[in-house]
Ligand binder design. Structure first.
Ligand SMILES: [Mg+2]
Length: 349
């Protein structure tokens, strides 16, 4: 029984900007659970906004006991989740990587892919969007052009000229747009923008208002927006679900925020049962994280799993997202593996 941690630094193809700032590389932590000759993998990225560093997450995971580790292999990730949530002090980020590695190990141990192990049917119609970060309009056009061929683009907004960005990008492609304002808009702005955005071929608006905005404002946006409104920053854990069902048309679930595949699967299943739109998003992560999240495809209306497409080279291999299509490798579990020849150059000591 062994727990191995691989802290890696992933260089980005292009600097990536959202309404909160710009990054040129992404630090990430790959978790490997090994037992009975089988390795299960999970991944979580560091995130300054949510206050999670590689050191803190590594320390938390290295603090697990032999008994804890044995539980990962003896019991299901679902039955272990609450235990590890407590053991990791409620740190959903490190928990999500451990939970993914556990799911991967158990599915491999049973000789199955994870989605099949869960009893789900593969959703081959699902396509991922490709994200265009905030930049000058010329640069955003260049990025759209450099990754043409996708049917869906998620455009990050939150500037003082958001509609102009979409008008100009509309000239470049007939693809469907989704927009993510990352909390940058007011209620009135969202309602006003939604009409033109609908005419410009936008499918939905992700998180227009801040999480701290009044519920009455969110309610008004829900009622008066011409486009569906999807919760992201408002939908972090299972505890947020009821409020999101009241105030949004759908939810975007991120594994690192909710604590992994175990709660994500529950949240998405419940959202579908309640007639809400379902989406899974990612951070800028390598193929391990993307492969884990891709197992949820059967439960999704929308996918935003282009994280590994934004990095330059990778120490991992797994599900590939090419022009939006999800290609599953012929492997068990989540389908991911470490590329040992490439790993050393990405490892952070
Ligand atoms: Mg978002």
């Amino acid at each position: 029984m062994k727990l191995n941690l691989y802290p890696i630094r992933l260089p980005l193809r292009d600097p990536f900007t959202i309404s909160r700032g710009t990054i040129t590389y992404q630090d990430s932590l790959v978790v490997e659970l090994k037992h009975d000759g089988i390795a299960g993998y999970g991944e979580v990225t560091a995130n300054d906004y949510y206050g999670h560093t590689i050191t803190a997450m590594s320390d938390a995971l290295n603090g697990l006991s032999e008994e804890d580790l044995a539980m990962c292999f003896d019991d299901s990730p679902e039955s272990n989740w609450l235990h590890f949530s407590k053991r990791l002090g409620g740190d959903m980020f490190s928990l999500s990587a451990l939970d993914m590695a556990s799911h991967d190990w158990h599915a491999r141990h049973s000789g199955s892919t994870l989605w099949h192990h869960w009893g789900l049917k593969w959703n081959s119609d699902l396509q991922s969007s490709f994200t265009i970060g905030i930049d000058s309009i010329e640069e955003m056009k260049r990025k759209l052009d450099a990754d043409s061929g996708w049917d869906l683009y998620k455009i990050k907004l939150g500037t003082d000229h958001d509609l102009e960005i979409i008008r100009q990008l509309r000239q470049c492609t007939t693809a469907t747009f989704r927009v993510d304002a990352n909390c940058a808009w007011s209620a009135q702005q969202t309602i006003d923008y939604s009409q033109e955005l609908q005419h410009l071929g936008v499918q939905f608006i992700e998180q227009p208002l801040p999480r701290s905005a009044d519920a009455a404002d969110k309610q008004r946006v829900l009622e008066e927006s011409s486009l569906p409104i999807i919760a992201d920053e408002d939908c972090q854990t299972e505890a947020d679900l009821e409020t999101c069902f009241e105030l949004f048309d759908g939810i975007n679930v991120k594994l690192c925020k909710c604590g992994g595949l175990t709660p994500a699967r529950k949240m998405l299943t419940e959202a579908k049962r309640r007639g809400k739109l379902t989406m899974v998003g990612c951070m800028v992560e390598s193929a391990v994280g993307i492969s884990g999240a891709a197992q949820l495809a059967p439960l999704l209306d929308f996918a935003d799993l282009d994280g590994a497409n934004l990095i330059s080279g990778s120490p991992t291999d797994g599900v590939k997202v090419q022009c939006g299509n999800l290609h599953m490798p012929a492997r068990l579990g989540i389908g991911a593996e470490l590329v040992s020849t490439a790993l050393p150059q990405f490892l952070v000591q």
